[in-house]
Design a protein around this ligand. Structure first.
Ligand code: MOS
Length: 698
């Protein structure tokens, strides 16, 4: 059997993408297509008192204007559901405004330009109430949720942290702040909807096809078997395309009214308000240790934004529950109810910002103990999950730290800040650990032989740029023992077998394991000399006891070297290395892309990204890519990632663990720790812009 799984195969969809043949939601070509443009609210909290669309309706080419006064009836929104992304998402269903930028009208016209111009001509008056927009306001409304977004307890307590802090030889008690962030994937949210009789087809940029299928059908009160959702190609998601938004619902409603296909695309500016974002957080970390660096206590408490319009409890303290041993432990997560747009999952929800705090606190403890930060981490390596008291499935954090230190040249680092000056640059190195929960979800896959050397794979799974198409082709080719070119992978259609879709880094493992099962079943039958053509098999997977008996995580260690300009405080990343344990790697090339992509986002969190809130009006201020800073090539030189050779037999039959979100976890903390090592600036409020570094330079 040819060895294909794990090989660094080029994306099989790469050619279609770079030649423009890949059809994204907004590329759908169809006869008589009409174009929709959304108008959005200019207040954050209150209601519409009047709406005058007469001028807009008079514009040449305008086909319809939909507002809350004439929108078709839809299913009402519900606050809670087992699958939050399948909930109804009614649009223009009320005069109530719950956040700045909420869609208030849809204009459909013969051209996008006409629709957009007419949308700007709609006259709306509002009654604005006083909303709450400041996460640090003295009179803020704090909630103590029972559970986080994935249903885990919001708080945990073991032993007595207060006594541990009081009696410890050395302690850290620090508060960190992380800002609002936006996904800003390349492809905007877009949908093209078309009715054929009573059958609705929606091409939409969504990560979860089945959730979107249910959401759209429920919202429009149409039986699910009369709705198909297609998401063949998606230009990035990062959690921002887990939910369905107004583009899909409004396109479907308008297409039904007009009896014409309608396309609705959010503008880049609208994406900041209409869709979800990463909420801001304030995090307190307390560490208690003996003089030799043994942790006796660890506490992590977070306060983060939730919206009045919908609840979201980001699991910020989740990594702290499993990363280090300590007998006394406390974690807690509170939310502040604000009238801002709705927060949601964004690449490694929880770990991404939780580790920005925890892994900087560990570095602070190392400084206080005058101990190497790698040594300190090794000393507190737990033998089992410290809160659940169950074994880890696989855990190679120690190897990640040690091999990374070796490769990076950690022994050249001076522990003393400011000791390495190269011209105007103060140079320093930092390290941080990565941990990310490994998740398996129920999935089904179908594989069919077309000939003795070719097969077709079908799943409703998406490829959001991660490489799904390619790794599934590799699995089928290897198990069926056919050439890779003989495998056709069909994804992103609601009529295909149901998978959990792309999210939570569970896609590759869940869908891959279901496909492995299907291919093994099919191969067993082929080996009994059945004629191959047309022969097919279904495979499935669901999490079993292994996820209760073992604490499952992927791990990594980040190493960053930065230069800090001694005069201006400007920080430049010089090089970075990540060493990861993500179980078995299914494609070395696409996995590496995921890892370095995550690391770059970690650098971005440390140095650049900040979605500013205007607390007078409840709006985000910097709503384009000129003002919302993301890194360019010059900001991220020499970022390298390597994966350890691991097979996690408890994770799934493939041995793989989630890799998509791992790279961002802890990456930013390695950068902030490197800044401290370079120049002695300990900045606890992200992003670490030069104005925050400058005071430490004296
Ligand atoms: Mo992810 S943030 O669950 O797409």
């Amino acid at each position: 059997m040819a060895h294909v799984i794990g090989e660094p195969i080029d994306r099989i969809d790469g050619h279609a993408k770079v030649t423009g043949k890949a059809v994204y939601a907004a590329d759908a070509k169809t006869q008589k297509l009409a174009f929709g443009a959304i108008a959005t609210a200019t207040i954050a909290y209150g209601e519409i008192t009047s709406i005058d669309a007469s001028e807009a309706r008079r514009q040449p080419g305008v086909l319809m204007v939909m507002t809350h006064e004439n929108a078709p009836e839809q299913a009402p929104w519900v606050p809670k559901a087992e699958d939050p992304f399948a909930r109804p998402k009614p649009q223009l269903d009320s005069k109530k405004i719950q956040y700045f930028g909420q869609p208030v009208a849809l204009v459909v016209a013969e051209t996008f330009e006409a629709a957009r111009e007419a949308a700007a001509l709609i006259q709306i008056t509002y009654l604005a109430n006083k909303g709450a927009f400041d996460i640090e306001a003295p009179d803020r409304e704090i909630k103590d949720p029972k559970t986080d977004v994935v249903g885990k307890p919001a708080a945990s307590k073991i032993g007595d942290i207060d006594t541990a802090m009081r009696t410890a030889a050395v302690t850290v008690d620090s508060t960190y702040k992380t800002p609002y962030q936006n996904h800003n994937m390349m492809e905007p949210h877009a949908s093209t909807a078309e009715w054929t009789g009573n059958m609705l087809t929606v091409r939409s940029a969504v990560q979860l096809v089945e959730s979107a299928h249910q959401c759209i059908a429920t919202t429009l009160k149409v039986p699910p078997d009369q709705v198909e959702v297609i998401a063949e190609f998606i230009g990035g998601g990062f959690g921002g395309k887990l939910p369905v938004y107004g583009d899909a619902i409004l396109a479907a409603l308008a297409a039904r009214e007009l009896k014409r296909p309608v396309k609705v695309v959010l503008t880049r500016q609208q994406m900041f308000h209409v869709t979800t974002h990463r909420g801001a957080s304030i995090q307190r970390v307390r560490l208690a240790a003996t003089q030799d660096g043994t942790l006796t206590g660890i506490a992590h408490e977070s306060v983060a934004q939730t919206a009045r319009a919908d609840d979201f409890v980001e699991p910020i303290v989740a990594p702290t529950r499993s990363l280090y041993a300590a007998p006394n432990r406390l974690t807690a997560q509170q939310t502040v109810v604000l009238d801002l747009p709705i927060p949601g999952s964004m690449r490694a929800p929880g770990e991404a910002i939780g580790l920005l705090a925890l892994e900087q606190a560990i570095d602070e403890l190392a400084v206080k103990l005058d101990k190497d930060p790698i040594e300190l981490r090794l000393k507190n390596e737990p033998k089992e999950d410290p809160e659940k008291h169950i074994p880890f499935s696989t855990r190679n954090l120690v190897a990640c730290l040690q091999q990374g230190a070796e490769r990076f040249g950690w022994n050249k680092r001076s522990a003393k800040p400011g000791a390495n000056k190269q011209g105007q640059w103060l140079v320093g190195m930092g390290v941080a650990a990565a941990i990310r929960g490994n998740i398996l979800r129920k999935a089904e896959a179908k594989v069919t032989m077309n000939s003795a050397t070719s097969a077709t794979v079908e799943m409703d799974m998406t490829d959001i740029g991660t490489g799904s198409y390619t790794i599934f082709a590799q699995i089928a080719a290897e198990i069926l023992d056919i050439p890779l070119e003989g495998v056709t992978v069909k994804l992103g259609h609601s009529s295909y077998p149901i998978t959990p879709g792309s999210g939570g880094s569970f896609g590759a493992s869940s869908c891959g394991a279901a496909l492995l099962d299907a291919c093994k079943k099919l191969k067993a039958r082929l080996d009994k000399h059945e004629g191959p053509q047309g022969l097919s098999a279904m495979g499935r997977v669901e999490p079993g006891d292994e996820y209760k008996k073992f604490a499952q995580f992927a791990y990594g260690a980040h190493f960053a070297e930065v230069g800090v300009d001694a005069d201006t405080g400007e920080v430049r990343l010089r090089r970075m290395l990540g060493v990861f344990d993500a179980g078995r790697i299914l494609n070395a090339k696409t996995a590496r892309s995921q890892m370095i992509g995550g690391m770059i986002w970690g650098v971005s969190s440390a140095l650049f990204e900040n979605q500013e809130v205007d607390t007078r009006y409840g709006s985000f201020v910097n709503v384009d890519l000129a003002n919302y800073h993301v890194p360019v090539h010059a900001d991220v030189p020499a970022v390298e990632a390597i994966a350890l050779k691991v097979f996690d037999e408890h994770a799934n039959a493939l041995g793989s663990k989630g890799v998509g979100e791992l790279g961002i976890c802890g990456a930013g903390a390695a950068v902030s720790n490197a800044i401290y090592n370079a120049c002695g600036a300990r900045v606890r409020e992200y992003p670490i812009t030069l104005d925050k570094v400058l005071p430490a330079l004296g």
